[in-house]
Structures are given as C-alpha cells and as structure tokens.
Design a protein around this ligand. Structure first.
Ligand SMILES: *[C@@H]1O[C@H](CO)[C@@H](O)[C@H](O)[C@H]1NC(C)=O
Ligand SMILES: *[C@@H]1O[C@H](CO)[C@@H](O)[C@H](O)[C@H]1NC(C)=O
Length: 214
C-alpha cells in the first residue's frame, strides 16, 4: 500500500512537472504541432507507466475523452497519409479495420495488398491472391472479391489464420500501427510487397509504397 502510494506521488510529480515545464513553451497555435505531439507522446508514455495510479475518476474520464478525440482525429489524418501515392485513375480502396493496406501506383495502375492484424483473419480465402489490382485491363476498377466496390478485404476476429498468405498478416505484437511507427518493420513489409509485385512483373519503387492502418 505504502509502495503504491509512493508510486502515485512519483508519477503525479512526473506528469505535473513535465506539464508545468511545457506551459511556458506551449504554442498558442498549431504551427508547431510536431513538437506538441512529440511532447504529448512522451507525456502519455509517462502516464502509461503510472498505470492504475492515475488521478481522480473525473480527471481520468476527462483524459480518456481527450485521448479518444485525439485518437479519432489522428486516425482520420493517418488515412490521408497516402495522398502523395494516391491512385491516378482508380478509386481509393477501403482500408480494412483491424488491419492495413499497402498500396502503390505504377503509371496509371494501382496495386493494393490488404493485411490483417494478429488475431484476425480474412473473410474470404485469398491465399493465392497476394494483392488486388486496378488497371487498364480491369477498366480502372478494383478486381475484388467484394463485387463492384472499393472494399478489398475484411479482417474478422479469428483464433486461427487460414484465409490469407503468410505475408498477409502482421505478426503478434506488431500490428499495423506498431509497424507503421517502427521504420525497420515498415521497410520490411514494403520490401516483401515489392518482391511479390516483381514476381508478377510489376516494378515498384520502395518510396512509392504507402501503408494505411484501418
Ligand atoms: C504561432 O506559433 C509560432 C511558433 O511558436 C510563432 O512564431 C507565431 O508567431 C505564432 N502565430 C500566432 C498567430 O500566434
Ligand atoms: C495515363 O493516363 C493518361 C490520361 O488518360 C494518359 O495520357 C497516359 O498516357 C497514361 N499513361 C500510361 C502509362 O498508360
């Protein structure tokens, strides 16, 4: 109990002192949002280390609400990360929830590979279908198992993975966002995708591939 109490105070002080230090430098506008988000990210890590020793129920609820709104907003922004690599003639493909979508456009054609997070599986068998295509041959429409739309795949909660090829799943503890935020993991799945495209005679550049998380 005493230990827990002490931990609470150490953590509270850590959070308080870091936010006090910030108050002087806190931007009143969004022009230095990168720094703001870096500090916020660091503070949230400290708060996470404090675990259950968070302040009052009301403060917790307020924090939860802010974090939820921020998460929603960051998630929406993240879904626009591929605009530089966005398809020229094809409609944008839907990013599956509980997974991600790797896309690349080569000339006017677009290729996207859906991936599922660990613990999720594809709704349809697609083990020999590593990626979906939208080309001149398909009339610049997605040739998808979900007829006539821009939905390429869904990731359903499932204890075993049977629907997709081995490379179409994020490993345990390396879900889409973890992968996207870790440069080695990020380049590793992109390199795999590029070699899979190459086997089909499609030459894509590393820097043109973009990962979106659903
Ligand atoms: C916004 O913040 C930046 C950097 O802190 C500062 O240079 C700029 O003058 C601020 N703009 C306004 C309108 O306050
Ligand atoms: C892409 O589409 C544009 C506009 O229709 C066309 O001018 C161009 O030749 C196409 N590029 C290729 C590589 O097919």
């Amino acid at each position: 109990m005493a230990l827990k109490g002490n931990l609470f105070w150490i953590c509270s002080l850590a959070v308080l002192s870091s936010s006090a230090a910030q108050d002087e430098t806190l931007p009143k506008n969004c022009s230095s949002q990168t720094q703001l988000l870096e500090r916020l990210s660091a503070d949230v890590k400290v708060a996470l280390e404090c675990g259950e020793n968070l302040p009052s129920a009301q403060q917790s609820a307020a924090l939860l609400l802010s974090l939820r709104n921020l998460a929603d907003s960051l998630h929406k922004q993240q879904l626009k990360d591929c605009q530089s690599a966005e398809p020229k003639k094809c409609p944008e493909a839907e990013v599956p929830s509980n997974g991600g979508l790797l896309c690349v456009s080569v000339a006017n054609n677009t290729y996207c590979k859906p991936l599922c997070n660990y613990g999720y599986d594809f709704g349809f068998i697609r083990s020999s279908r590593l990626f979906d295509v939208c080309t001149e041959q398909t009339g610049y429409k997605w040739s998808t198992q979900y007829i006539g739309g821009n939905k390429l795949a869904v990731c359903n909660k499932a204890p075993i993975r049977i629907g997709g090829a081995k490379s179409a799943y994020f490993p345990e503890d390396q879900d889409c966002l973890t992968t996207k935020s870790t440069s080695e993991l990020h380049s590793s799945i992109i390199t795999t995708f590029i070699s899979e495209l190459k086997k089909e005679g499609i030459e894509a550049e590393l820097q043109d591939v973009c990962l979106l998380c659903g």
